[in-house]
Design a protein around this ligand. Structure first.
Ligand code: SDX
Length: 397
């Protein structure tokens, strides 16, 4: 079929592109970042190292990783003017709306990469990438604090990436939140597993917006909007809402499965199914193990996890799901872990965005770096009215 479409770094008018960043084999449940299997990265790497890998195309040397960590620390604080921007939002404004707006606002601090489109990533671009990866965490924490009516907590330059985020989220004034190693490890894993995923809806949005040579921040701000939808990144919230509705609504797992199979019920088994994985989502396998580990380490006995396990068990043997190759995806377990480690529900998809940021940046840069990349211009098949004449308003029937 590739004879019918021209593959190029941008989408051109085909909706398909070439990329060297992430490889997925949906039939075999394979996911690799820059050629490295996700299972090995989950076992041995960290979110910050994996972010560097995605953006630079190889694993960092020790001094390169140290420099990156120093950049992330240096860029953690937000310009004080951002506080006034946050104050413009109503207290119950959705954190995803604030996240998208604030990422766009970062482009108001002029940098060469906001205007010109240099031939390819250079030192200033990598500094911008570190700035965005670092500040998205601060913006997220401030969005949460704003939604809770709590004072902002400044980043602590002594803390590593995830611990600093948890500090900004949960420390009260004058007392630091010291997250347990299990919580930091679980959140590190969630961010790492979400770091990139080929041409998913939000990453395609980064490429489409970036294909007009829009700047990095505008492109990633648009991606936040795409990720927000319950069929995409918003699914982790929808999974918890579904489990809670089943548990508190007195619906049995069997009844839930029955509803999910009836298209007229409007009830979907959120966290199940995937456009590409027609076997298992390797991230779900890793997260399922992490969910078991974290909940036992923290001594959390979550009835919603019991509901999740019952649904999974029943769906994996039900012909409707088996025929349609509907298996648990990354969102099915990530929500349960985030709930167990105390992340508030309205921040679940924000966490997904923090994790996906390195992938969005790497994909944006890959397209920007190729002079042959063209503006996205998908084609259509017109099915509207045939030609007709204008009718003056008084003559219309
Ligand atoms: C993510 O693309 C990515 O890589 C995304 C992601 C990433 O890392 O970026 O992996 C992250 O978004 C994971 C997906 C999270 N979304 C959900 O969990 C929402 C629930 N899942 C579905 O809505 C659905 O499975 C999608 C959106 C994930 C995939 O949709 P598709 O490929 O368009 O599949 P479809 O809607 O065409 O469904 C095919 C059939 C239909 O039945 P029939 O018309 O054949 O009778 O399967 C049914 C659907 O009704 N179906 C489901 C179902 N998902 C599909 N039925 C019940 N429950 C479900 N969850």
């Amino acid at each position: 079929k590739t004879g019918l479409i021209t593959l190029d770094p941008g989408f051109g008018n085909t909706g398909a592109c070439t990329s060297a960043i992430t490889f997925i084999d949906g039939e075999k449940g394979i996911l690799r970042y820059r050629g490295i299997p996700i299972e090995q990265l989950a076992e041995n790497s960290s979110f910050t190292e994996t972010a560097w890998l995605l953006i630079h195309g190889r694993l960092p040397q020790r001094q390169e990783l140290d420099l990156f960590r120093e950049q992330l620390n240096r860029h953690a604080p937000l310009h004080e003017a951002f506080k006034h921007h946050f104050e413009g939002f109503l207290v119950d404004a959705p954190p995803m709306a604030m996240l998208s707006a604030m990422i766009n606002t970062l482009s108001c601090f002029p940098r060469r990469w906001n205007t010109a489109t240099p031939a390819g990533p250079d030192e200033e671009f990598y500094e911008e990438a570190a700035r965005l990866i670092s500040k998205v965490r601060t913006i997220a924490a401030y969005s949460y604090r704003r939604s809770m009516g709590l004072p902002f907590i400044y980043p602590d330059p002594k803390l590593p990436y995830v611990a600093n985020f948890l500090h900004m989220m949960f420390s009260m004034p004058y007392e630091q939140h010291m997250a347990s190693p299990e919580v930091v490890e679980a959140l590190n894993l969630i961010l790492l597993l979400h770091a990139d995923h080929e041409q998913n809806c939000s990453t395609s949005t980064v490429r489409v917006v970036g294909s007009s040579q829009a700047n990095l921040f505008a492109s990633c701000a648009a991606a936040v909007g795409a990720l927000w939808g319950p069929l995409h990144g918003g699914a982790n919230v929808a999974v918890l809402e579904m489990l809670s509705k089943i548990h508190h609504g007195g619906i049995s797992a069997d009844q839930a499965i029955k509803l999910a199979k009836d298209p007229k019920s409007g009830f979907r088994l959120m966290g199940f199914g995937h456009r590409v994985y027609k076997n298992f989502d390797p991230r779900a396998i890793i997260l399922k193990r992490s969910a078991d580990r974290v909940l036992s380490q923290l001594g959390v006995n979550d009835p919603l996890l019991d509901v999740a396990r019952q649904l999974e068990e029943k769906a994996l043997t039900d012909p409707y799901f088996v025929e349609r190759k509907l298996y648990p995806n990354v969102d099915f377990y990530s929500g349960i872990i985030m709930r167990a480690i105390g992340i508030p529900l309205n921040m679940f998809t924000v966490i997904f965005a923090i994790g996906r940021m390195p992938g969005w940046i790497a994909q944006w840069a890959e397209q920007h770096a190729d002079p042959k990349a063209r503006i996205a211009r998908p084609r259509q098949v017109y099915i509207g009215n045939t030609i007709s004449d204008y009718v003056p308003i008084d003559d219309r029937r």
